[in-house]
Design a protein around this ligand. Structure first.
Ligand SMILES: Nc1ncnc2c1ncn2[C@@H]1O[C@H](COP(=O)(O)OP(=O)(O)O)[C@@H](O)[C@H]1O
Ligand SMILES: O=C(CO)[C@@H](O)[C@H](O)COP(=O)(O)O
Length: 518
């Protein structure tokens, strides 16, 4: 797979996930040789708000670096290049001095729903241009929302970066993004793979707010001396532009060609199929985005609530997620659950949806409730797959923290009727994809090498009989959603522009929120 040049060197892949910063040190020949994670919290100051402070991301990068330097010193010293991956759609807003103006507004923030209606009305062809209909977690409507809700902050904007690109700025000093992350802004012309003048104009975005677009495997800059000193790496290391986390995850698994498929079960969830052409399909809430490899796009069904509802319920129950998943596996029954804790994208495109349980009695246990949550996550993936499928789905390579649950993975395989395969070492993911892009950037891999898939896989084969039993419950899950969606819309309509919780409604808000994870 690798070319001879510099074969002793290793690549550092950094993935700025929503629940944690993940770092891997990898080589093209050996795959991942060391890894470290540092957790992150999501702030939810209002019922539709999801935010993180960029300084917390940097602190987490320093933590994973210190851990790798301590626990894998030889690999750490062999790092010859850095690659980046990160949660998509986040808006990091900087003033003219480069200072962060306010906390980053994340991909699952729903406050900009009114601005989405405005964009859809003013630009009827927006979905065919931007690859996705207006959705509130995307930067364009969020910037419009900010102009109304926080005009003083909006007036200071000199630059907007996506999360991994803000890390890039800290590392090498350049304001750079790549096509796969630019794809998730609603400001990007997917077919031309460049910023779109009509979309920028509609959202009131100045061209010079936006970063330069480089290829994902191009060198964006070199490690600055100050960042090098903080992380304990040599100054001048090349840093590749990298990719948004869905594309980087696909690169990590070799899901780059037509006929490949990926399922990602992280905080969010995705099913992703690479395509050779840009093929928008906005009516079904399918995202058609530029891939991290040149001349490729992908079609994607995207869930705002992937495995995170499981972590949320573990937090509510005050137990470890692994313990509750064991109880869920042993449970014989489960109440119906809707997992839409932050609204949902595919297939509903509805920021007002919320979570619900139905069918509980005094005998209901927490294990049964957890099983209901796991089933709900699997049902969401079934809805996503149905929206995405144009014919039979290919077998899917899996990534993300939720893939650790055999119960969930088997349920999804049963419902989708396709084989799902998880890398045995579970190391292939966005951070590994970022390391691979860095390897291409410094000539340690060829772009063609990115199609290589993980060697050892744990396979979940679909079971027809179980699938029929689950399908009956999926119908009731859909009926519960249909019954509650009008109530959600009515309550959502009463949320003020600021996004603050209206009195008397049940929309949850907290200063901080996240379950205990693993
Ligand atoms: N032991 C476990 N079994 C199954 N799922 C888990 C376990 N530990 C954590 N998770 C799930 O993994 C999710 C985080 O996945 P991850 O891919 O790390 O997310 P992100 O990239 O968003 O940071 C959590 O929301 C949680 O539900
Ligand atoms: O919204 C999307 C993709 O459209 C997600 O990819 C987010 O970027 C968050 O990813 P995770 O933190 O769940 O990995």
């Amino acid at each position: 797979m690798a070319r001879g040049k510099g074969s002793g060197s290793m690549q550092l892949g950094l993935d700025l996930g929503t629940s944690a910063v993940k770092a891997v040190i990898a080589t093209p020949e050996r795959g991942v040789v060391a890894r470290a994670d540092a957790p992150l919290q999501v702030q939810t100051p209002g019922p539709y708000a999801c935010e993180q402070a960029p300084e917390d991301w940097w602190r987490a990068v320093r933590q994973v670096s210190a851990r790798l330097a301590r626990e894998a010193p030889e690999a750490w010293r062999a790092i010859s290049a850095i690659g980046l991956s990160g949660q998509m759609h986040g808006a990091v807003l900087l003033d003219a001095s480069g200072a962060v103006i306010r906390p980053a507004i994340l991909w699952n923030d729903g406050r900009a729903f009114r601005e989405c209606a405005t964009l859809a009305r003013d630009l009827p062809g927006i979905g065919a241009l931007a690859g996705v209909p207006p959705l509130p977690g995307f930067p364009a409507p969020k910037l419009m929302w900010l102009a109304e809700a926080e005009p003083a902050a909006h007036a200071r904007i000199a630059r907007m970066l996506m999360p991994k690109d803000w890390l890039g700025l800290r590392l090498h000093g350049q304001a750079v993004t790549d096509p796969s992350d630019a794809a998730g802004t609603l400001l990007f012309d997917q077919a031309r793979r460049d910023w779109s003048a009509p979309l920028m104009q509609a959202a009131g975005v100045a061209r010079d707010w936006l970063p330069r677009i480089l290829g994902s495997a191009e060198i964006a800059g070199r490690l600055r001396p100050d960042a090098a000193a903080e992380l304990g790496l040599p100054a001048g290391l090349p840093v590749a532009a990298g990719a948004g986390d869905t594309a980087a995850g696909a690169v990590g698994l070799g899901v780059v060609g037509r006929g490949d498929g990926m399922i990602s079960v992280g905080t969010s969830g995705q099913i992703l199929l690479p395509t050779r052409r840009f093929r928008p399909d906005p009516d079904r809430m399918i995202h058609a985005f530029a891939h991290a490899v040149p001349e490729m796009w992908y079609r994607m069904a995207a869930l705002l609530n992937g495995a995170r509802p499981m972590a949320w319920f573990a937090g509510v129950a005050g137990a470890r997620i692994g313990t509750l998943l064991d109880e869920a596996a042993a449970a014989r029954d489960a109440p119906l659950c809707l997992p839409y804790l932050t609204g949902e994208r595919t297939p509903h495109g509805d920021p007002h949806l919320r979570g619900a349980f139905w069918g509980m009695g005094y005998a209901t246990s927490r294990g049964e409730m957890m099983r209901g949550v796991v089933e709900a996550v699997a049902f969401s993936f079934a809805d996503a797959a149905e929206a995405l499928a144009e014919g039979p789905l290919p077998s899917l390579l899996a990534t993300g923290g939720g893939t650790r649950s055999d119960l969930l993975m088997q349920m999804i395989a049963d419902l989708l009727g396709v084989e799902i395969a998880r890398a045995d070492d579970m190391a292939s993911g966005p951070a590994y994809g970022a390391a691979r892009l860095a390897a291409v950037a410094v000539g340690r891999m060829t772009p063609g090498d990115l199609a290589a898939k993980p060697a050892a896989l744990h396979r979940f084969a679909p079971r027809a009989a179980v699938s029929r039993a689950l399908a009956g419950k999926l119908d009731r899950f859909r009926a519960l959603h249909a019954a509650l969606a009008p109530l959600a819309a009515e309550e959502g309509g009463r949320v003020p522009q600021s996004g603050a919780a209206p009195a008397g409604l049940h929309l949850a808000a907290a200063a901080t929120a996240e379950g205990p994870g693993g």
